[in-house]
Design a protein around this ligand. Structure first.
Ligand code: ZN
Length: 333
């Protein structure tokens, strides 16, 4: 079975051709760079770019793979959550191709695709806890199986990727901020500044990150902003965010154990899983709690169409084809 999948929910335009045996025949990810001068994604610009880029990379994907459009068995596209302009462009494009060759269309939930991404390269032991860490989301899910997914906690304000971007902006670093802060942090001292850890000991599984950027802002006003300061504050910020994530993850494992739910594995998914410092520190939970940590392949971490294709393959048996599905910016799992 061959799937053609599209991802256009934010500022990555991506297409993928994959079969049910996990062979990837083509996977193209185009990161729109025109947003960097605005310090964030401009939705109208993003949807216009998606339309232009999709036409180019779709042709390229079929050329690279030597597969014909009529050989595709099912077409899939992200239908939410995300920026509505991009979702409309991607899903309408995929639907049109499906209609053109009389094949079904499957709408895919972007968050579910992130959550299923670790099952592509790992044997997932359930129940599984997944930390979904992206520019738009910071959530904890409990997966009793890949079909039974429950949101158990999330950020009440900024998403983790958003916090990185905002702190980078305060420090005068370019957008996107995650990579820049990670780079600067490698030369900084993690204990230079004691930053707040909001909601770290609360009794539910929710996060809060907005106080961190306010604290960084105040420190910038009190200190001389030079390279050393930027390196030290980047290191302290990254350390603080990581400590929050680890504490929340451990609290969740312990709390679920008390409810007789013995976690078999935990996953870290989404673009922030690219951060090596965070990944390395969280991996200590694996040893301490004897629970396997799962990470997606590199190309399935940030927004990409391979995870959309894979979600379509995982859900294929459920036959959730729907050419009339209306994309929604606030679609939930
Ligand atoms: Zn995403």
């Amino acid at each position: 079975m061959l799937v053609f999948a599209i991802e256009t929910s934010c500022d990555e335009t991506s297409v993928c051709i994959m079969d049910h045996q996990k062979n990837i025949y083509s996977h193209i990810i185009y990161s729109q760079e025109e947003h960097s001068r605005f310090g964030g994604v401009v939705p109208e610009l993003a949807s216009r770019s998606h339309l232009l880029i999709l036409q180019k990379i779709t042709k390229e994907a079929f050329k690279q793979s030597n597969i014909k459009l009529k050989d595709i068995d099912v077409f899939a596209a992200t239908c939410g959550p995300g920026l509505i302009g991009g979702l409309l462009v991607g899903s309408t494009y995929a639907k049109s191709l499906a209609i053109g060759v009389s094949k079904p269309f499957m709408p895919i939930n972007h968050l579910e695709a992130h959550l299923l991404s670790t099952s592509f390269n790992n044997e997932v032991i359930y129940p599984n806890i997944s930390l979904l860490l992206t520019g738009g989301h910071t959530q904890i899910y409990l997966l009793k199986s890949y079909k039974h997914i429950k949101l158990i906690g999330e950020t009440i304000d900024d998403a983790i990727g958003e916090a990185f971007d905002k702190v980078a902006k305060i420090l005068g670093l370019p957008y996107p901020g995650g990579k820049e802060i990670e780079k600067k942090a490698t030369n900084g001292k993690i204990d230079s500044y004691d930053l707040p850890k909001p909601l770290i000991d609360n009794h539910n599984f929710d996060f809060s990150f907005s106080g961190l950027k306010t604290a960084v802002n105040l420190l910038c006003k009190k200190n001389k902003i030079n390279d050393k300061f930027i390196e030290n504050i980047s290191a302290s910020f990254q350390e603080c965010v990581t400590k929050i994530l680890i504490k929340k993850l451990e609290n969740t494992i312990i709390k679920l154990k008390k409810q007789n739910i013995d976690i078999g594995s935990f996953s870290v998914v989404g673009g922030v899983a690219n951060n090596n410092f965070i990944k390395q520190k969280i991996s200590k939970v694996e040893d301490e709690h004897k629970i396997k940590m799962l990470i997606p392949t590199k190309e399935m971490m940030s927004d990409n169409a391979a995870m959309i294709a894979w979600a379509c393959i995982k859900k294929y048996d459920e036959k959730l084809f729907n050419i009339n599905f209306t994309p929604s910016p606030r679609l939930s799992v």
